[in-house]
Design a protein around this ligand. Structure first.
Ligand code: ADP
Ligand code: MG
Length: 279
């Protein structure tokens, strides 16, 4: 079925489709035949899909199929890589993100990013979260509240409330990643992009981040790249599977509600991948 914000019924008449994908959600990203090039190399193509509010969308597929490339286009982080070009259309709440009027810095304020390896600033725990809100003009008297709120939302407050002045580097890897999530949340984004956020973490720390993601999706749209199929199956509502065809680069194979993707995918290549016969 096609799910678009335009056709979503009124709040009091939310219907639950019987495919198990949950109530209808607003479209946040609408991608139409997107392809991304590095110079003359087309790293990914054929990406027509939507990402919905209050959902976790997982991007899965073998290494090199263009997941990171696609993710970085969503908030124009690809601008920072010389020689990249995007074909097709990426609409964010209806606005073409490639349009010359779009200011990438403003877009990135709405669409935050969490990276593979936790990358806290070489500053105190407090400062890591306070830094950007302060730069954005949050008055000094309000900073402590903003920091506490973000740390609570990132499920880190209880572990760090007595050592806010300590260096972020004294935290464990999992705590550092939750700190980076707190830092992303502190500017009240709309979307959080996560590129394999648990790949450097142990299983316990990974589970904590997964729990956190599920809680955060009530408030934020989350788009996650993961090479961990179980993770995609556990946390995401919608899954997009990409594959790579050698010199032809990556391509979107299919996108579907996560349960369908794992139980009865439409494409043989997806089935081979999710059942471990490939990749
Ligand atoms: P994934 O995240 O799925 O592993 P990437 O998006 O990182 O894949 O990469 C997709 C393809 O684009 C790969 O073939 C990779 O080598 C190539 N690529 C990635 N970044 C660059 C770059 N900055 N310049 C040229 N090629 C790149
Ligand atoms: Mg990647």
């Amino acid at each position: 079925m096609v799910r678009t914000g335009n056709t979503a019924p009124a709040e009091d008449a939310v219907t639950v489709p019987d495919d198990g994908s949950g109530p209808l959600r607003d479209v946040v990203y609408d991608l139409d035949d997107v392809a991304v090039y590095y110079g003359s190399y087309r790293a990914i193509r054929g990406v027509t899909m939507q990402m919905h509010a209050q959902e976790i969308t997982a991007l899965i597929g073998p290494s090199g199929c263009g997941k990171t490339t696609l993710l970085r286009c969503l908030n124009r982080m690809n601008d920072l890589v010389a020689g990249t070009r995007v074909d097709g259309t990426i609409r964010y709440h209806g606005q073409d993100v490639q349009a010359p009027t779009v200011k990438p810095i403003e877009l990135r304020r709405k669409v935050g990013m969490v990276f593979q390896k936790p990358n806290p600033f070489p500053k105190s725990i407090f400062e890591n979260v306070a830094f950007t809100p302060r730069a954005n003009g949050v008055p000094k008297k309000d900073l402590a509240e903003v920091v506490e709120g973000a740390l609570r939302q990132a499920a880190l407050w209880d572990e760090v409330k007595d050592k806010l002045k300590q260096s972020a580097f004294e935290l464990s890897g999992g705590q550092q990643q939750r700190l980076c999530i707190a830092r992303a949340i502190a500017v009240k984004p709309d979307v959080i992009l996560m590129d394999e956020p648990c790949s450097a973490l142990d299983p316990i720390a990974t589970l904590r981040i997964e729990e956190l993601m599920v809680n955060l999706k009530e408030q934020f749209t989350i788009i996650i790249v993961t090479h961990n199929l179980q993770q995609a199956a556990r946390v995401s509502d919608t899954t997009a599977f990409f594959t790579t065809e050698g010199k032809e680069g990556g391509v979107l194979v299919e996108v579907a509600p996560t349960r369908k993707m794992f139980d009865s995918p439409a494409d043989q290549r997806t089935l081979d991948y999710v059942t471990g016969r490939f990749g």
